[in-house]
Design a protein around this ligand. Structure first.
Ligand code: AHG
Ligand code: MN
Ligand code: MN
Length: 304
């Protein structure tokens, strides 16, 4: 955990001083997902790997910015799955981005299978919202906690996070420009519910979900199945299971909420088959997630 916190502080420092140093543009390369890589993506990647290597406690890591599993220390005990810079399109504007991670433990009883872990087997998941100096950390079965960076660069004063029961502060968060590309059931659900809640969208999961966990409501990135250009459909969603969706799902569960995919499966139960697999995501206050799950399941049963 110390290595991840040090990496986050270092990334925060680079981000805050990036404009001066000219670090915030495009790097000119494209990552494993076919997305433009910003210089900050690469800087954050290198910083994180440096601290994970120095800790000696991590066997291997999976990062959004690396195609393959990254071997780190053979005698380490942990697996780390991370997105070094979440919300890259905010970088040129100096607006909030994230550093998100999940941690799982090596199997000490019996042979180590080196398997990719499902979210329910993460022992911790966290997200730093940079450069706001906030850190939200979920410890499995021990709650979700929010820390703030103080003037000595320490993350202090943990506060336990519980999603508010009262719907009056709840917010919905999704990319409204995509709504006509969603399934009919999701479009109908939005039509029936959107006027009940405020709507907020920053375009970085870590920052958007930071609001969801404080105010309640639901963040969603549904499957895209009705795009006018069928090549742009994303039936398995956009967000990455291991270092985006499962991270917010554990944070949410430990704060009293839940998270499901397009079929209504719990995100934390999904066993990854591939490090970079994507999933649709509905995450937030339980009543809303349960309600949209019913709509998704009903649509599925009618289709079958
Ligand atoms: P990343 O910058 O790590 O690739 O993540 C971007 C993700 C996520 O942060 C955000 O919620 C989503 O992409 C925004 O996508 P749209 O621009 O399609 O709304
Ligand atoms: Mn991301
Ligand atoms: Mn990223």
């Amino acid at each position: 955990m110390d290595a991840l916190i040090s990496a986050a502080k270092h990334i925060e420092h680079y981000y805050l001083t990036g404009t001066l140093k000219g670090n915030i543009g495009l790097s000119g390369s494209v990552n494993v997902h076919g997305e433009d890589v910003m210089q900050m993506d690469q800087i954050a990647q290198e910083i994180t790997i440096h601290y994970l290597q120095a800790s000696g406690r991590v066997i291997h890591a999976i990062s959004e910015e690396a195609n393959k599993i990254i071997p780190i220390s053979l005698d380490g005990r942990y697996f780390v799955y991370f997105d070094p810079l979440d919300g890259s399109s905010n970088v040129p504007h100096g607006l909030p981005v994230g550093f998100m991670f999940g941690v799982a433990r090596k199997n000490l009883d019996g042979p180590e299978d080196n398997h990719l872990r499902a979210g329910k087997d993460y022992i911790a998941a966290g997200m730093f919202v940079i450069p706001t100096g906030t850190f939200t950390l979920a410890l499995r079965d021990a709650g979700t906690w929010r820390f703030h960076l103080d003037e000595t660069m320490e993350f202090v004063r943990p506060t336990r996070m519980n999603l508010p029961d009262e719907p009056k502060s709840w917010e919905l968060s999704f990319n409204s420009a995509n709504r006509l590309t969603y399934s009919k059931s999701v479009q109908d659900w939005i039509g029936q519910n959107e006027t009940k809640y405020a709507f907020r969208y920053i375009g970085a999961l870590a920052a958007d979900f930071h609001r969801t966990i404080s105010n309640g409501g639901m963040f969603m990135y549904p499957a895209i199945i009705n795009h006018p250009d069928p090549k742009k459909n994303r039936p398995d969603g956009k967000l990455r299971l291991m270092y985006e969706a499962a991270v917010v799902a554990l944070i949410c569960q430990e704060a009293g909420g839940s998270a499901v995919d397009e079929s209504g499966n719990l995100i934390l139960e999904i066993q990854p088959k591939e490090p970079h697999q994507t999933t649709a995501l509905y995450v937030g206050s339980k009543p809303l997630v349960e309600n949209i799950t019913q709509a998704l399941m009903l649509a599925k049963s009618v289709a079958n």
